[in-house]
Ligand binder design. Structure first.
Ligand code: ADP
Ligand code: GN1
Ligand code: MG
Length: 365
C-alpha cells in the first residue's frame, strides 16, 4: 500500500491489525478505497474516500451535512425498528474525534463503515430489483420529510438547476477549452432544441405548483446498496449532494440510470432503449414509499423529471468533454462524449414513449 494512504488511514480510530486497501466501486467523483483490517476478532472493512475538491469546493461543509443527515436518519431508523448501522452511513472517527482528516496536500479524506452483505449495481438485473431500489429512494425521501432544510449547506450551487446547466454548456461551447467543438456540433444542435423546456420544473416550483423538499439529488442506481440475497434496498449512500430539491430530481435520476437498457457509456447507441416495464417497476416502488406525501402535480411532473435529469446529465457530460474532462472521472478517450450521447439517445427514446410514461404514473395514482 502506498505510504500516503497508510498515513491517512493511521489518522482514523481503527482496531489494531494488518491493513489492506484497494480502489473500490464505480463512482465518477470521489476516490474510493476499500480498507480491510485483519483484527484479532476477525476482519473489519471500511470505505475510505477522498472527497473531490474540484467538485466540492468546500469539502468540510459536505462532512457537516453528512453528520447532520446521518444523525437524523439514525434516529428515524431506530424509531422504525431498523438497524441504523446498516440502513444509513456511519462516519468513522479520527483519533482526534473528527469525521475527516486533511492529508499533507490539503485534500479531505473520510471513512465509513463498510455495509456488509450488500452490493451495488449499475444496471438493474430485473424489474423486481429496480422496484426495490425505488422503494429505498422513496423511503429516503419520506424519511427526510421532517428534516429542516435550513441546516444544510448547498454543497454544489445550482446542482439540478437545469437552466443553469444549459448556460454552463453555452459557456463551455464559447470557451472551447479542449478544442473539441468541431466534433460535437450534432450534440449541441440537439441541446439547443431544449432551451425553453429546461425551465419547466423550476418554473413550476417558482409558480408555487410544486414544493421544494430535502432530496438526495444523486439517485443513480449504484448509490443504493442492495441486500446481496434478497435484493432489498438496504442503504442509500453517496450523501454528498443531499440538499433542497424537487421530488422529480430523485425520481428522474434513478430512471435515467435504471430504465436504460444499456450502460451510461455504451458506444453502440442502438443498444440504448428506454424500458417501460423498468419505468413502471421503479415508479411503483418509489410511490409506494414516497407517494402519500407527494402532491398530484408533483406526481404528474415525474416523467418530466426523468427527461430533464437525463438531458441535464447529458449536457453536463458534454460540457465536461468540451472543458477537457475536469469533473467526471474518465477511463478512455471521448468517454464523456460517449456518456453524453447515451443520455441524448435516452431522451429521444423517452419522448417516443411519453404518453405511456404519463399513463403509467396516472394509473399508479
Ligand atoms: P462517488 O461519489 O464517487 O460516486 P460513492 O460514495 O457513491 O462515490 O462510492 C462509490 C461506490 O463505493 C458506491 O457506488 C458503492 O459501490 C461503494 N460504497 C460506498 N460507500 C459504501 C459503504 N459504506 N459500504 C459499502 N460500499 C460502499
Ligand atoms: C456523478 O458520484 P456519482 O458517480 O454517484 C454525479 C451525478 C451524475 C452521475 C452520472 C456529485 O455521480 O450528478 O448524475 O455522476 N455526482 C456529482 O453518472 O456530480
Ligand atoms: Mg456514487
Amino acid at each position: 500500500m502506498d505510504e500516503r494512504i497508510r498515513k491517512i488511514i493511521a489518522q482514523f480510530a481503527l482496531p489494531g491489525g494488518e491493513i489492506e486497501a484497494a480502489p473500490y466501486g464505480n463512482g465518477h467523483i470521489n476516490d474510493t478505497l476499500r480498507v480491510i483490517v485483519h483484527a484479532d476478532g476477525g476482519d473489519r472493512r471500511y470505505i475510505l474516500q477522498r472527497v473531490n475538491s474540484y467538485v466540492f469546493p468546500k469539502p468540510v461543509e459536505v462532512i457537516e451535512n453528512i453528520e447532520k443527515v446521518t444523525a437524523y436518519l439514525r434516529e428515524i431508523i431506530a424509531q422504525e425498528g431498523g438497524d441504523p448501522l446498516r440502513e444509513t452511513l456511519t462516519l468513522v472517527e479520527t483519533r482526534d474525534g473528527r469525521h475527516y482528516t486533511l492529508a499533507e496536500d490539503g485534500e479531505l479524506w473520510r471513512m465509513y463503515l463498510f455495509i456488509e452483505g450488500t452490493r451495488s449495481v449499475d444496471l438493474p438485473d430485473t424489474e423486481a430489483l429496480f422496484a426495490l431500489s425505488g422503494r429505498a429512494f422513496g423511503r429516503f425521501q419520506h424519511q427526510m420529510g421532517g428534516f429542516d432544510a435550513a441546516q444544510l449547506h448547498e454543497t454544489i450551487v445550482d446542482f439540478h438547476n437545469t437552466p443553469a446547466r444549459y448556460r454552463q454548456l453555452e459557456d463551455a461551447i464559447a470557451r472551447n477549452e479542449a478544442g473539441r467543438l468541431e466534433q460535437v456540433q450534432e450534440e449541441i444542435a440537439f441541446c439547443k432544441k431544449y432551451e425553453r423546456e429546461v425551465h419547466v420544473l423550476l418554473d413550476a416550483m417558482e409558480a408555487g405548483d410544486i414544493p421544494l423538499r430535502v432530496t438526495h439529488n444523486d439517485t443513480k442506481l449504484n448509490n443504493v446498496l442492495l441486500d446481496e440475497k434478497t435484493g432489498e434496498g438496504v442503504c442509500v449512500i453517496d450523501l454528498d449532494t443531499v440538499m433542497p430539491g424537487l421530488a422529480a430530481y430523485d425520481f428522474g435520476d434513478s430512471i435515467r440510470t435504471g430504465a436504460s437498457t444499456a450502460a451510461e457509456d455504451e458506444t453502440d447507441l442502438d443498444k440504448v432503449q428506454f424500458s417501460l416495464p423498468m419505468f413502471r417497476a421503479f415508479a411503483e416502488g418509489f410511490l409506494a414509499e414516497a407517494g402519500a406525501a407527494l402532491t398530484a402535480r408533483e406526481k404528474e411532473l415525474l416523467p418530466m423529471g426523468a427527461k430533464l435529469m437525463t438531458l441535464e446529465c447529458g449536457m453536463r457530460f458534454l460540457a465536461d468533454h468540451l472543458n477537457g474532462d475536469k469533473y467526471f472521472r474518465v477511463h478512455r478517450e471521448n468517454h464523456n462524449l460517449d456518456r453524453a450521447r447515451t443520455q441524448f439517445t435516452l431522451v429521444r427514446r423517452m419522448e417516443e414513449k411519453w404518453d405511456e410514461m404519463t399513463s403509467i404514473i396516472r394509473a399508479i395514482g
